[in-house]
Design a protein around this ligand. Sequence first.
Ligand code: HEM
Length: 148
Amino acid sequence: MLSQRQLEIVKSTMPALAQHGEEITRVFYANMIGENPELKSQFNMDDQQNGEQPKRLAQSILAYVANLDKLQNLGPAVEKIAHRHVQTHVTPDQYPLVGRYLLQAMKIVLADAITPEVLEAWTAAYQQLAEVMIAREKEIYGEEPALV
Ligand code: HEM
């Protein structure tokens, strides 16, 4: 769980995320896939190039932040993303890598706005979302073993 202070800090980054979200996710994908080319086989590279994937990720992050204190609202979105993750064989051990590149991209794009305190709060927020996603994906993998 995030502390009240962390929650407020993450929420305070919303305007910057709304403005620069797509740039952040573009930098995120470019660096992550550039430095880990083995991930290419998991992602649909056409959607990468036409910007659809960064757009969807940016939107999902904004929706998450908007609902940080009412996570139950995220149910349908988590469900959709979790099913897509299972289809594309996303595993729990990949979450820290994705988190690292996402936070790094925020730092690159938002620069000085990402103080150590903001980074710490965002690390906790990512961790919390990752736990929700991983838990649901684990259930789906259990339900649909034929997909693996
Ligand atoms: C909390 C962290 C994450 C969030 C918020 C997130 C969000 C999303 C969203 C919104 C989509 C698009 C779903 C759709 O509308 O089709 C997606 C798809 C995907 N995600 Fe994630 N994701 C996260 C973590 C990860 C991790 C750890 C991986 C591992 C590499 C990953 C790999 C993928 C892949 C491969 C797709 C399908 C892309 C495609 O269709 O080409 N994601 N994710």
